[in-house]
Design a protein. Structure first.
Length: 466
């Protein structure tokens, strides 16, 4: 505490304070020569309203200084969390990493969870399953069965269940992704083939080991935040993946280029499939698992996907605007549960909304011109028409994709030849009825290495739920 009081605290500082007195409506806290009165709004996160339920005279607690004037201060109760997390933001057009947070405090842990940690990603992996389904001719308005089913596996009989332990019967693919229904995702993976999805994931830039079994559809394999977030940039980038990079070029004092790191570009999806996926992921905000972010999505064009693992061990949200993709992961290093119902939409999504809100409020207005919210099969035809074959020919070196990622000091690379447009049928919308499974148990994994150590942290023993 003496160290905290060595210099006068300023707004934004985290300082230990000594509780001097506790009254009915406030607690008096001392910070060196400063005093602060804390009332219920200053410790609202504790879900307590009476200062006596939180403080006692003589307590030494951690506070955030909101304002300091003269000998008076406005402070709020804070704490050092045990839970960890990571955030990564990538520019869609260039692959440049714009923000990276590897943990709560670098001074206490040098382990970078944005790059080094590998954890189960839950239902956020379903995007790769449905992307392959679209490439195989599935339409968002095609139907899939959300009903009980079982499969013979090497470890015995396995029946996937939904997060709510209910079944909805025949539903659209659009609804299945937006509501993150597990059984339809597994059925879809079984139909299109595990190997095809793994090969597609490799094109997305995912290099982590992917276990070739049906629980893969539910995110049972471990990924790093950087590769998962980078893969998501492919959707708003019209199907083109640009590998993430921290350094664009190195110059000397006079501006001469000493080294230039041109991005690796891969054609992953036809524009039609990418645009349909963007529309489908916008529905996640409109009526799906990220619906608590619907007011935000009404203000800014965004799309994304939640991810949660069994026992609420890992919480994810990955989403994007037309220009920026951000991924958030939250979890304990020792794979403890985050708590009952602490899912991706409750834990990771609010962090994503806070970050993206600060970024997007200062950016020019953006939109997804070819990826509207889907309400009818006719829109699918319009999206396909917007990516007509004649517009998918290999661009010249001056084409938009190449020009967008080329460094100013070097000629623009030629973007890869586009794949043929996907022909997606559009049958009528389907009815809904009720859902339920869990992935087979996985062997327990070791906790991540301590600060400064080398190996990556492997995922938890729990399997994804939603």
């Amino acid at each position: 505490m003496d160290e905290d009081w060595r210099k006068p605290p300023a707004a934004g500082d985290m300082v230990h304070g000594l509780v001097m007195d506790v009254q009915k409506d406030y607690a008096l806290v001392r910070f060196g020569n400063l005093n602060a009165r804390l009332s219920a709004p200053d410790f609202a996160w504790t879900q307590k309203t009476s200062p006596a339920d939180v403080f006692a005279a003589g307590d030494v607690d951690l506070f955030e200084i909101k304002e300091a004037r003269g000998n008076a201060a406005h402070a709020a109760l804070d704490q050092l969390p045990d839970v960890q997390g990571a955030l990564l933001a990538i520019d869609n057009a260039t692959g440049e990493i714009k923000a990276m947070v590897g943990g709560y405090d670098w001074n206490t842990s040098k382990f970078n969870r944005a790059v080094q940690a590998e954890r189960q990603v839950g239902s956020s992996f379903k995007v790769y399953v449905y992307a392959q389904a679209l490439m195989d001719g599935t339409s968002p308005f095609d139907t899939v069965s959300d009903s009980p089913i079982g499969y013979h596996t090497s470890s015995g009989w396995w029946s996937p269940h939904n997060y709510d332990d209910k079944f909805e019967g025949t539903i659209t693919v659009l609804h299945a992704l937006a509501e993150s229904r597990n059984v339809p995702a597994v059925r879809t993976l079984a139909r299109i083939g595990v190997d095809k999805v793994i090969k597609l994931a490799r094109k997305f830039g995912i290099t982590s080991r992917l276990v070739p079994n049906l629980p893969l559809a539910l995110g049972a394999s471990d990924l790093s935040l950087i590769e998962h977030t980078s893969a998501f940039t492919t959707f708003p980038n019209d199907g083109v993946h640009i590998a993430p990079r921290l350094v664009a070029r190195v110059t000397d004092y006079d501006g001469r280029v000493l080294d230039d790191f041109t991005p690796d570009i891969t054609d992953v999806l036809p524009p039609s499939a990418a645009r349909l996926m963007v529309s489908m992921l916008r529905e996640v905000f409109n009526s799906g698992t990220a619906v608590r972010g619907k007011p935000f999505a009404a203000k800014y064009p965004v799309a994304g996907k939640t991810g949660t693992t069994n026992d609420f061990t890992d919480a994810w949200f990955l989403g994007f605007s037309p220009s920026l993709t951000c991924g958030v992961y939250v979890g304990f290093d020792d794979h403890r549960t985050l708590g009952d119902k602490e899912e991706g939409s409750r834990v990771a999504l609010p962090i994503w909304l806070d970050f993206m809100g600060e970024v997007l409020k200062s950016r020019p207005a953006e939109d997804f011109p070819h990826s509207p919210l889907l309400t009818s099969p006719e829109q699918v035809k319009d999206i396909l028409a917007s990516a007509a074959p004649e517009r998918l020919l290999a661009p010249t070196p001056a084409a938009p994709v190449a020009a967008a990622v080329a460094p100013a000091s070097a000629p623009a690379p030629v973007a890869p030849v586009r794949q043929p447009v996907v022909s997606v049928p559009a049958p009528a919308a389907a009815k809904k009825e009720p859902s339920a499974g869990q992935s087979p148990a996985r062997p327990a994994a070791s906790p991540p290495p301590k600060a400064g150590s080398g190996p990556v942290a492997r995922g938890s023993a729990s399997a994804p739920v939603h």
